[in-house]
Design a protein around this ligand. Structure first.
Ligand SMILES: C[S@@+](CC[C@H](N)C(=O)[O-])C[C@H]1O[C@@H](n2cnc3c(N)ncnc32)[C@H](O)[C@@H]1O
Length: 163
């Protein structure tokens, strides 16, 4: 494709100097496998190449995402949790943690953490929240002190971090 736009209309140059949308990126390839629209031609090419050698990858990605949704639904519903720390967020897609939790309990607070600057750029552009403005996203927020310093510890969500 001569135009490397994503199908959601994002263009590599919109992402700023720190992100090269013409080079495939793991978070956007994951977004492609999930059926998201925030990926570029280069990501789709790599995604298809990986799928050629590991045909189940799309099912793995979607099952993993579905598990995240079930876990958050349970925690926000039956367990009554109202604060979530989502580590290894990835790119926003359908049923992000704050959407699932706030559907059940609108007062839920979610902090997203990802060590990839691309995710932060996308999240600032795409994420919205029901009550408190966009969820906080910071690649710098990590480590035990941060995790345990809140008034009450909530669930520690880490699905598919690579390390
Ligand atoms: C598979 S993707 C996103 C998965 C997403 N949680 C989901 O369920 O769809 C994994 C994400 O984890 C992030 N990640 C990997 N290692 C990390 C680390 N040590 N700390 C924070 N984020 C990390 C990557 O940047 C990537 O965006």
């Amino acid at each position: 494709m001569t135009d490397s736009s994503s199908s959601s209309g994002l263009r590599p140059q919109m992402l700023g100097k720190q992100v090269d949308g013409t080079v495939p990126h793991s978070a956007r390839v994951w977004n492609y496998w999930l059926g998201g629209t925030d990926n570029f031609a280069a990501d789709r090419v790599l995604g298809d190449q990986v799928r050629a050698v590991f045909p189940n990858i799309v099912e793995v990605a979607r099952a993993s995402r579905a598990f995240l949704g079930r876990a958050v639904r349970y925690l926000a519903g039956e367990a009554g949790i109202r604060q979530f720390l989502d580590v290894g967020t990835g790119l926003p897609t359908a049923d992000n943690t704050h959407e699932v939790a706030q559907r059940i309990a609108p007062q839920s607070r979610i902090v997203y953490v990802d060590n990839d600057p691309l995710v932060l750029v996308h999240a600032r552009a795409l994420l919205t929240s029901t009550r408190r403005g966009p969820p906080t996203t910071s690649r710098r927020m990590c480590g035990t002190r941060t995790r345990s310093s809140g008034p009450r510890r909530g669930p520690w969500i880490s699905v598919n971090r690579s390390h």
